[in-house]
Design a protein around this ligand. Sequence first.
Ligand SMILES: NC(=O)c1ccc[n+]([C@@H]2O[C@H](COP(=O)([O-])OP(=O)(O)OC[C@H]3O[C@@H](n4cnc5c(N)ncnc54)[C@H](O)[C@@H]3O)[C@@H](O)[C@H]2O)c1
Length: 363
Amino acid sequence: MIGREHMRVATLLGRARVHGLFDPEPESVRQAVAEFASYSAGKLIVYRDLRSAVDDPAIDAIFVCSPNFTHFQILQQIKHTAKPLFIEKPMAIRLDDARSMLLLADEYPSFIQLGMQYRFKSQYVEAFHEIKERNSLGAIKTIAMSEYRPPFLNKVKQWNKFNAFSGGTLVEKCCHYFDLINLMAETRIDNVYAVSGQAVNFIDFTYEGKDSDIHDHAFVVMQFAGGISASFTLNMFSRELYEELSVTGKNGRLLASEHSSFTPGSRSRAEIMVEVDGHPAYQGKEVTYPAQIEASGHQGATFFEHEAFIDQLEGKPHDSASCEQGMWAILIASAAQQSAAAGQLISVKDFAAEQGLNDVLSW
Ligand SMILES: NC(=O)c1ccc[n+]([C@@H]2O[C@H](COP(=O)([O-])OP(=O)(O)OC[C@H]3O[C@@H](n4cnc5c(N)ncnc54)[C@H](O)[C@@H]3O)[C@@H](O)[C@H]2O)c1
């Protein structure tokens, strides 16, 4: 699904050409080839295996858009190429694999960019500009993030209905939001407490004899160094999609929001509101990307993620997610999942030590 979006967006951006693809599922290949032909007259090579795809000297960069549980294993099969890599989020479903990936990224002759494109959503780009560049709120005190959305979509072989393949809902889906919270806090996490569960979705869902165990809601509370408190709310049995980031500082509050829908043909609407005396956006303003970009995937965020990838390829400044940032996001997500399972407050530093990670993380 996201692989087709990357092909479409790369073509729309026009700074690279999609050369070919490999996917072990014939139906996925059929869909990708048919969709590509609908917007491009370009030639598309379908490779017979991963090795012949990544070793093709005509290929300058590789996008890995396979299920979460395959990312680490595929990285082992392609690292010899030393080509620029884009790997979808989450980087891995196990923290020890993420640690190995971080070590590999440090030594890798080229770069590894992670698919954390929510940081390129228009309302968050505006929010970071207001808070970090313009310092509109003064020092940040609280960060409250929430996502309301319909259930997980159908995936090839339903890997996203099982913790063993996805890494768990907070790792799989919500690493985006922990990344945003980390970028906003700009300091290290101390503690996390979470409750989560499977209340409505996929209760009776089975695939190949296994019952779905994926959670569909969560409340996560976080304490960061420097007196910043944060929260994340997830609900996945809502009719439509709604995301909200509310940040407060001494000078006031910023609200960044997005209404969108999975209904084909519907447009999204992104807004920010800056409740600071005299601010021109005090009553709110729309910040949705232009229609063609907005419609290209993830409200236009994927378009700017590709721009960042090509900028990085060309040695220009970029805001794309590194393996280290991806690691911090899934570390908090994993600690939250552990907290919810144990019903306990978790010291993230202690949790990282138990997982053998503190040699690669600086606190
Ligand atoms: N950044 C985002 O917002 C975003 C959105 C959706 C999905 N994703 C991520 O992208 C990845 C794929 O998600 P999706 O929604 O496209 O799933 P999907 O199930 O729709 O597609 C995954 C494809 O990978 C193929 N595949 C499986 N094993 C493979 C292998 N070893 N080598 C090559 N291809 C293989 C499958 O046949 C399938 O066609 C996941 O990691 C997911 O978390 C990210």
